[in-house]
Design a binder for this molecule. Structure first.
Ligand SMILES: Cc1cc2nc3c(=O)[nH]c(=O)nc-3n(C[C@H](O)[C@H](O)[C@H](O)COP(=O)(O)OP(=O)(O)OC[C@H]3O[C@@H](n4cnc5c(N)ncnc54)[C@H](O)[C@@H]3O)c2cc1C
Length: 528
């Protein structure tokens, strides 16, 4: 498969121009008109032409990808054996909830003690409406969904690493966003009306641009000065009778330029309104697990060797409970074991395949949650879902479920990447908690620490023996190695989100990776 060229140069130029003028909303409106550029491609599993009778397929790894492959092949009458090393199905689509054990790199095994049915999604936590394949299984397997509030305009941004009046100050996103747009609209309108764009736009288009900028409702129609208004909101809120409220005062442009964070527009697969499985994203894994025919999935089976002949495959595995070693054989193999792990298992793959699987960079990512006694962020800060951002340690995400619930909630207090997640990994549990609290209390002084009920849990994906990374990052030219992996070897094929570079780190990538691979298997079986 070659990288899909969904965006031609002229289209990209057009979109960039439109983005500069109209922001992401305008870009997305235009994209919808083109071809849903960022949506996942497949809406339903492929129609398989072979019946599967008499053929045995071994599938390695019972994450979403392995379970989807096993489910769809079983439906066609294939004899499927699904081997999973862990004692649960779901892999990265799993949660910490009361009783979940995670062993950290420090050697501590921590047992989650969250109360009141609360949970932390270890991996997958949000589904965009355009991920047809994920929604296909949620719909057809009856996984209840609820709205996941991905963006809250009332949440905060905080930086300790800038100069000027905004340093060490929590700033409402709505203020930052309205002021940025207002100042840019003012500058652009002044440039357009003053002739600075005459070489780039016709007189007619300049008029239309000015009409558009004035239509945003942020600048004075005559002077083009930015005027903060109800878009930005109030410093004292309006109410009944003669309480007209007091409009808030904008930040200056140069202060905001100093801030220089949270500037990137969210991609279309991160809209404000997303979806989540009710009660935790592991519900998607459980639904797939429960849909599998009895006996297909075997837990606690750690694959230790993969070998193939001209007409079959042979897999050695160890039962992690009994320690017993076994060998199983089949006609074909689909491995969904993450590349960073499968390349370390004894195998007879070609050097090309191994090299290709080592090409995408394994990402380092940690997630850590703190349970809070009350939902102070809702009652006191008007924050419902969404994230606050800090310059020190990324984002803090507020739960979207159980709004106004009386049992508090679990805040995703640390969502860390790269070096930050490595440093976090080296901390013991008490240090992890202290680190997470020390970040959050900048955003919610006096409330964060005093509301923490002492219960915390999380995972560091690069430290997980059966994952060794959050996902595979295919950057730049690395993508050229993908076709080698997609071709697989004679009797061995690969799946997982790692074969879906543009959906890597998404459940849709795991599912569509499985769909792509079972379609390829179908072809091979059909050819005999
Ligand atoms: C931090 C994070 C955030 C994410 N956020 C989102 C999100 O918001 N939305 C979204 O849609 N997706 C998200 N994802 C991505 C999503 O979780 C994954 O794409 C998906 O779960 C991957 O499924 P998989 O089956 O390809 O891999 P995995 O779930 O990793 O499954 C591989 C399986 O192989 C097993 N295995 C490994 N070694 C062996 C062995 N030797 N023998 C037998 N079995 C073995 C593992 O135990 C595992 O169960 C996120 C992922 C992470 C890490």
């Amino acid at each position: 498969m070659t990288e899909q060229k969904t965006t031609s140069i002229s289209k990209r130029d057009f979109l960039q121009t439109l983005g500069m003028i109209g922001g992401s909303a305008a870009v997305m409106t235009a994209l919808n008109g083109f071809d849903h550029a960022f949506a996942s491609d497949m809406t339903a599993p492929p129609e398989l032409s072979t019946s599967g009778n008499g053929k045995k397929i071994i599938v390695l790894g019972a994450g979403l990808s392995g379970m989807v492959a096993a489910l769809e092949l079983s439906k066609k009458g294939y004899d499927v054996e699904l081997l999973e090393a862990r004692d649960f199905a779901g892999g990265r689509t799993s949660c910490s909830r009361k009783g979940t054990k995670v062993t950290h790199a420090t050697g501590e095994t921590h047992t989650c003690d969250f109360e009141h049915g609360q949970y932390l999604n270890h991996g997958a936590w949000r589904i965009p409406g355009q991920h047809h394949s994920t929604l296909h299984y949620c719909r057809t397997l009856g996984v209840p969904l609820e709205v996941m509030l991905n963006h809250s305009s009332q949440s905060y941004v905080y930086s300790d690493s800038i100069e000027g009046p905004l340093k060490n100050k929590r700033i409402r996103r709505i203020h930052m966003e309205a002021d940025r747009k207002g100042h840019v609209a003012e500058l652009l309108a002044k440039c357009a009306s003053g002739g600075a764009l005459d070489d780039m736009l016709s007189a007619e288009d300049i008029e239309k641009l000015l009409t558009y900028l004035k239509g945003m409702g942020l600048i004075n129609n005559e002077t083009f000065e930015y005027q903060a208004n109800q878009v930005r909101g109030y410093s004292t809120y309006k109410g009944a009778g003669e309480n007209y409220g007091t409009l808030s005062e904008p930040y200056g442009l140069s202060e905001l330029l100093n801030l220089n964070m949270e500037t990137r527009e969210l991609t279309s697969d991160h809209p404000t309104c997303m979806f989540q499985a009710v009660g935790g994203m592991d519900a998607v894994s459980f639904a797939l697990r429960d849909a599998l025919p009895r006996g297909v999935m075997k837990l606690n089976k750690e694959v230790t060797k993969i070998s193939q002949t001209d007409d079959g495959v042979s897999i050695d595995y160890k039962d992690t409970k009994s320690g017993r070693e076994r060998t199983t054989t089949g006609d074909y193999l689909i491995s969904t074991i993450p590349f960073a792990v499968v390349t370390e298992i004894e195998n007879d793959f070609s050097a090309d395949i191994i090299e290709a699987m080592k090409t995408p960079a394994p990402s380092q990512v940690a997630k850590f949650g703190l349970q809070m006694k009350t939902r102070f962020w809702e009652v006191e800060d008007m924050i419902y879902g969404g994230t606050s951002a800090t310059s020190m340690a990324g984002n803090i995400a507020y739960p979207s479920a159980d709004l106004h619930g009386t049992n508090g909630g679990v805040i995703l207090a640390s969502y860390l990447f790269g070096g930050r997640s490595t440093n976090f990994s080296a901390m013991n549990m008490d240090e992890k908690i202290e680190y997470a609290l020390s970040i959050g209390e900048h955003i919610h002084p006096e409330k964060y620490r005093e509301n923490f009920n002492g219960k915390a849990a999380g995972i560091i994906w690069q430290d997980e023996k059966y994952n060794k990374s959050g996902w595979s990052s295919w950057r730049g030219d690395s993508i050229k190695k993908l076709p080698t992996i997609l071709k697989g070897e004679n009797r061995v094929l690969f799946a997982g989100d790692c074969i879906a570079p543009r959906l890597s780190g998404w459940m849709a990538g795991a599912i569509e990776g499985a769909w792509l691979t079972i379609a390829e298997l179908d072809k091979r079986v059909g050819m005999g």
